[in-house]
Design a protein around this ligand. Structure first.
Ligand SMILES: NC(=O)c1ccc[n+]([C@@H]2O[C@H](COP(=O)([O-])OP(=O)(O)OC[C@H]3O[C@@H](n4cnc5c(N)ncnc54)[C@H](O)[C@@H]3O)[C@@H](O)[C@H]2O)c1
Length: 275
């Protein structure tokens, strides 16, 4: 990981779902890059702990407990950000339900509604509030959190994958509609990121990680650098993209274990995965 470099000095960022996992990694890096960060999470205790850890490491962070699917909570987060830090320059819509797996035939309306409310409506509500602030400021940047499931499906995740497909379409539409106001809208598309180790048995995890072209499973921190780039001035001409951060999984036709030209045919070069 490269050393922080004041890429976001003086900026104010809201990161949702930042009590843990990918959101926390992004919030922590943003603070290290000089941003003031508002952590909005339904887990009040976790959010407070995350903010305290960032402060302990020398950053500026504030926790605001909130359910991203409730308009009143979203208003409270944005109002608190503006009252405390003066504005909102960066919104990272990261909060999502990654746990509720269900076969389609076992699903009901509540399962569907909850998933769409948290993963998709939560993004919409935050963007609606923050866009007005950014329009007045003639600038700002919004990062939505998609998933490989937007393009290639997970089992047990029809509602989840549908929400992520919608997030990618919404990202492109908003990029066009908000471009005239100097607001950039992009999405991050994480691959297999180990934020819930309990989801997979160690043997299954090892097998899964071996299918990643870059040779390892993803870590929450792998999203931090790309999230800084998309929010920074280096990306001032980048809008409407879905930036895939997955070690090469999405562009791979088949995993090496079932590939005709298998890894055993690769030259054994020192320093490579086969050294
Ligand atoms: N981990 C992965 O492999 C992976 C892959 C692709 C996409 N993603 C996406 O990245 C994002 C973060 O994933 P993660 O693995 O870090 O998840 P995580 O479960 O570790 O963290 C999610 C956070 O969101 C919070 N949250 C959940 N519902 C909320 C709500 N209604 N309001 C406010 N906060 C809420 C949780 O309390 C938690 O702190 C999600 O949008 C997820 O879909 C993750």
């Amino acid at each position: 990981m490269r050393a922080p470099n004041d890429e976001l000095k003086g900026k104010v960022a809201i990161v949702t779902g930042a009590a843990q996992g990918i959101g926390y990694a992004i919030a922590h890096r943003y603070a290290a890059e000089g941003a003031s960060v508002v952590i909005a999470d339904i887990n009040a205790h976790g959010a407070a702990e995350a903010a305290a850890k960032i402060a302990e490491d020398g950053g500026r962070a504030l926790a605001v407990p909130a359910d991203v699917g409730l308009p009143a909570d979203v208003d409270r987060v944005v109002d608190t950000a503006v009252d405390t830090f003066g504005t909102v320059d960066i919104l990272v819509n990261n909060a999502g339900d990654v746990s509720t797996l269900r076969h389609f035939l076992d699903g009901d309306e509540q399962w569907w509604d909850n998933m769409i409310r948290t993963n998709l409506t939560g993004h919409y509500l935050f963007i609606r509030r923050v866009a007005n602030i950014m329009v007045a400021a003639r600038g700002g940047t919004i990062i939505n959190m998609s998933s490989g499931g937007a393009n290639r499906s997970h089992r047990g995740a029809v509602a989840y994958d549908a929400s992520k497909g919608a997030i990618e379409a919404m990202t492109r539409s908003l990029a066009i509609e908000l471009a005239p106001y100097g607001i950039r809208v992009n999405a991050l598309v994480p691959g297999l990121i180990a934020t819930h180790p309990a989801h997979l048995a160690p043997a299954a995890r090892k097998l899964r990680d071996e299918t990643v072209p870059l040779g390892r499973g993803g870590r929450a921190d792998d999203l931090a650098g790309p999230a800084v780039f998309l929010a920074s001035e280096d990306a001032e001409y980048v809008t409407g993209i879905c930036l895939v951060v997955d070690g090469g999984v999405l562009v791979q036709q088949r995993p090496p274990q079932v590939e005709v030209f298998g890894l055993d045919k690769y030259p054994r070069i020192p320093g490579s995965l086969f050294a």
